[in-house]
Every structure is written in C-alpha cells, then in structure tokens.
Design a protein around this ligand. Structure first.
Ligand SMILES: Cc1cc2nc3c(=O)[nH]c(=O)nc-3n(C[C@H](O)[C@H](O)[C@H](O)COP(=O)(O)OP(=O)(O)OC[C@H]3O[C@@H](n4cnc5c(N)ncnc54)[C@H](O)[C@@H]3O)c2cc1C
Length: 387
C-alpha cells in the first residue's frame, strides 16, 4: 500500500520481500473469505484498537473503510457486507484481488524483488539483504518497513526484525486473536477435537461474545474466543490461568433452561434428555458430561448449560494466532509513522504496537498505516530535498 501511494505520486518504489512470492499471509486471510474491513461507522470503528486508537485514528480516518472498499472495487472486486457488518469480496478469496493489485503496481512502475531477506543496517546506514546470489546492499532515499508481526511465521513474517531494530523500543510480540489451552479428557479429544460449537456465547469479566468456537486437541479457538482473547491473555499472564464461561444455549433464558431441565427424566439417558429438552448438540452434551465426570453435581445442570466454567491454562502459540500484539511502540514514531531516531525510516502494519479483534479491523489498520507511511515518506522526501 505504501508502494502504491508512492508510485501514484510519481515516486519510484521498490519492494523487497524475503519469500519467493509476496503477500502470503494476505492469501491465507483469503482462505477465511478475506474479511477486508467492517462497515461500522466512525468513531466506533476506531474504538476497536483500544489503547492504540489515538495513534491509529488519523490514518484510518484518512483511509476509512469506505475508501478501502472503493479501492478493492476499483481493482475489479465486487464486495458484500455480511449481516454482522463484515465486508468481504464476493469471490470470498484474496487471489483475484491480489492478482489485480500486483498488475496495477507493476503498471505503476513498482518493482517487487522476492527472496530478498532484510538483515538490518550496514555501518553506512544502508540496508543489507540476503539474496540467492549472496548479500547485497541498498541505499534508498527513504524506507517503509512493513515486516508484519510474528503469527504464522511460515508465511514469512516471523518477528525477526526485532533484532535489526535493537535501538527502537518494541513491545514484546505476543499472540492475539488466538486459541487457549484447556486440559480436556482423552475421551473428549478423541471424539470432539475439531468439532464446532455453534450459536454459543462466551463470557469473561464483564464481556460476552456470541458466535462460534471450535474444540481443539489442546483447547478452544474460533471467532467468539478471539473476541475475548486480549483480556483472557492478560488474565493468564497475571494469574497463570483464568475461567471462561460457556453458554451452550444463549438464545434460551436461564429460567427457561432450568424449567425444561426440571422435567422428569423418565428413564432417559442424560444425553437423550439434554437433546430432547434443550436441543443440545452432541458436543455440548459431551461437555456437560465432562463437567459432571470432573465432579460437578447433577443439581447444577442448568448452570452448566448457561455458564459452564472452562479453565484456560495458557494461550496457543504465535504459530497459530491470527495476529500478534506488541511491536514498534508508537512513542518511537512521529505522526507520519517515521522513526523519530532514524529519519527516513517509516513503519506500518502489524509490526506496530496495536491489536484489534477479527472483523476486518486488522487489514483495515494495515492498509491505512501503509498508506499513511507511504505518504509520510513522500512528504519527508519533499521536505528534505527542499532543504
Ligand atoms: C489465518 C489468518 C487469517 C486472517 N484473516 C484475516 C481477515 O480475514 N481479516 C483481517 O483483517 N485480517 C486477517 N488476518 C490478519 C492479516 O492477514 C494481517 O494482520 C496482515 O496480513 C498484516 O499485514 P502486514 O503487511 O503488516 O504483514 P504481513 O502480511 O505479515 O506481511 C509482512 C511481509 O514482510 C515479509 N518479511 C518479514 N520479514 C522480512 C525480512 N526480514 N525481509 C524481507 N521481507 C520480510 C514477510 O515475508 C511478509 O510477506 C489473518 C491472519 C491469518 C494468519
């Protein structure tokens, strides 16, 4: 996005990418339909960036969801807005958009050099790259770093840049929008790992999120979990574990669940009773049975259905997280995303110290900061050349 911004104003932009092809994580995001942005209006939209809102809102207001949508449609990708307000390409994948974008960048003179792994700075302030032909140096007039966070490292972004910027304050990279560990029984894992929990809600502290989750071999993941991931992660960091409450029937009032479960069981097995009275899915029934085996009393059945305590013992690693928290501290950047102590070097995207829930907020902030950093680089070059 920075390169497109620079090229659109007549600048010459060169993109160095360590992988054999660019935008692998963008393509991976397309596997889930490519939730490009969210239709929520300002200023509510920017509140999703939490503590980073003041640092990001100017860039997002300058390139808001409507502009990102126009941009994608301008690349020949019709979009639709789902009932949740999330915005997707109708193609529900990233590859056609990426193809059209790369073609437009090439036509604008942007050159992409793949298999160029940035190693850091040379003593003269140049950039060192490892390439298949050996190490090379580059001395651009300005540089925009957009090296990503550290989730899904096999797609290219592994956070290795932190050691190249040892003089820059960086908040530790931590998983965001990730799953959590739960010690399930071997029986539950064998039968239900990989099974979705549909139309549930999850609560932690004073927040409740409806949606879906999925049981994994070592815990739980999915949209409703990611929406609470930041406070859960902080609670686990502070206390070693925390308890998430699962509501298996959020559309039924607790009193109604209690009323139905007070009906005589008439010799039915627990599983048949739960299925018939409150239509629990097999995975929900298995979770109730797991809680009973762990010592919960049959008298607490309604509470188990409406607020089953799940003890989270840790976070899943960065390798499976959707995004990462942490990154270059905003205090190290000026308002145009230039490193205060390294004039001419800008930074954008997930490598900055912000996090946001899924819903399109991640890509929106990456696009908007990429554009702002590209514009910042052009402005700075204009000023220094005048001097
Ligand atoms: C499975 C999955 C699904 C997702 N779905 C969505 C979604 O639907 N909506 C949404 O908003 N977000 C989604 N995201 C998050 C989103 O994809 C990222 O936040 C976004 O791609 C980050 O963009 P970025 O440009 O900052 O970093 P990246 O996309 O990670 O790009 C950084 C690039 O820098 C390169 N690089 C890193 N280090 C070096 C180096 N030393 N030298 C040269 N090149 C280097 C990497 O190879 C990489 O290509 C998803 C993420 C995952 C993992």
């Amino acid at each position: 996005m920075a390169a497109e911004t620079i090229a659109a104003r007549g600048g010459r932009a060169l993109v160095f990418e360590r992988m054999p092809s660019p935008a692998r994580k963008f393509l991976m995001a397309g596997r889930g339909g490519l939730n490009l942005t969210h239709s929520e209006p300002m200023p509510g939209f920017c509140r999703h960036y939490g503590a980073a809102e003041p640092a990001l809102s100017a860039a997002i207001e300058a390139f808001p969801p409507s502009a990102l949508m126009d941009w994608a449609e301008g690349l020949g990708q019709p979009l639709f807005t789902g009932s949740s307000g999330r915005v997707f390409p109708k193609a529900m994948k990233a590859s056609p958009l990426l193809r059209a974008w790369l073609a437009r960048l090439a036509a604008a003179g942007v050159e992409i050099r793949t298999r160029h792994d940035w190693l850091g700075f040379s003593p003269d302030g140049g950039l060192r790259f490892a390439t298949p032909e050996g190490e090379i140096a580059a001395h651009p007039a300005a540089m925009v770093l957009a090296l990503g966070g550290a989730s899904w490292p096999r797609l290219g972004a592994d956070g290795g840049w932190v050691s190249c910027l040892s003089d820059v304050p960086v908040a530790p990279l931590r998983p965001a929008n990730m799953g959590f560990r739960i010690d399930w029984s071997a029986h539950l894992v064998e039968r239900f790992a990989g099974t979705p929990l549909k139309r549930i809600s999850l609560s932690f502290a004073d927040q409740t999120r409806r949606g879906e989750a999925m049981l994994t071999r070592d815990g739980i993941e999915g949209g409703a979990v990611y929406a609470l991931a930041a406070p859960l992660r902080e609670a686990i960091a502070a206390n070693g574990s925390c308890t998430l409450e699962l509501d298996l029937r959020p559309d039924l009032e607790a009193a109604e669940v209690a009323r139905r479960l007070a009906a005589p069981r008439r010799g039915q097995s627990l599983s048949a009773f739960l299925r018939k009275t409150i239509a629990l899915a097999p995975v929900g029934i298995a979770l109730v049975q797991e809680a009973l085996h762990a010592g919960a009393s049959q008298d607490t059945l309604p509470a188990l259905v409406k607020a089953m305590p799940l003890r989270l013992t840790g976070t899943q690693g960065l390798d499976r997280a959707i995004s990462s928290a942490g990154g270059i501290s905003f205090g190290a950047l000026d308002t145009r995303f230039m490193l205060r102590d390294r004039p001419g070097i800008f930074a954008a995207g997930e490598m900055l110290d912000w996090e946001a829930p899924t819903g399109g907020y991640l890509l929106q902030a990456c696009f908007a900061t990429g554009r702002a950093a590209g514009q910042g680089a052009l402005d700075w070059l204009g000023e220094t050349r005048k001097d």
